[in-house]
Design a protein around this ligand. Sequence first.
Ligand code: ATR
Length: 279
Amino acid sequence: MPDRYAVIGHPIAHSKSPFIHGLFAQATGQDMVYEAIDGGAEPGGFERALAAFRAAGGRGMNVTLPFKLAALAVADSASEDARLAGAANTLSFEGGRIEARNTDGIGLVRDIEVNLGLPLAGRRVLLLGAGGATRGAVRPIARAGAARIVIANRTADKAEALAAELAPHLGGVPLVGCGLAALGTQGAFDVVINATSASLDGQAPAVPAGAFAPGALAYDMVYGKGLTPFLRLARQAGCARLADGVGMLVEQAAEAFAAWRGVRPDTREALARLTVPLA
Ligand code: ATR
């Protein structure tokens, strides 16, 4: 019997995870199956689907919107990244226990450092947005040795509160939170990451052109949408290095796969198959 894994979310039909993990399993020769489960919109739907999957012998789950907070809540133990993110995207079912991880931030860092060839050590990093996506990214970026991190948000209070909460856990890497409107006073950044949901509404966060240092990377966490309003804004500001979040998607999956199976899959084929040109 192959080992069973799944991704759970609502909605879930759009998920690329079964495709990605299917490629990884084939390439590494792992005897496993990976399915998609819709947790539904009813209260308790996630917990019921999770219990049924475990009872049927499931070994692990990826968790996507809107269940990442609930996934952390049901866990018996959680990685430091998951605890600080306040959310989990990877669950392992081991000996009657549920272990939670959050591999999103590690996936982002691997994509930037390995796939895009930009080591984060010594870099100035700007994160746009103060929601869950930013929350999960800050600690892995600090661990990679960023020189300083700024969180800028449309609602300044949220960025300030998040920075105050996370700053003590970053091993001394300076972290500042501010409003987008105050970005003019923060200087330029080597990496500017859009972790807002603005792209999904066809909008871009209002980032001044001066935020992009010469040679900066502009990174939009959304994927498969071509040149998003944020990437277009970055290009107009003179930024030539543009990336969307397809690599983050593939690398967070690889990190989950490695945690479950003890084998790190090569991500190049999945990346090549899922990349949509930025045009
Ligand atoms: P997630 O968990 O995916 O990060 P979220 O918690 O709903 O989602 O956060 C969405 C983020 O995108 C917030 O930081 C939001 O800014 P506010 O806190 O001011 O609401 C940001 N956002 C959404 N639309 C935006 C827009 N058009 N311009 C700038 N920021 C936007």
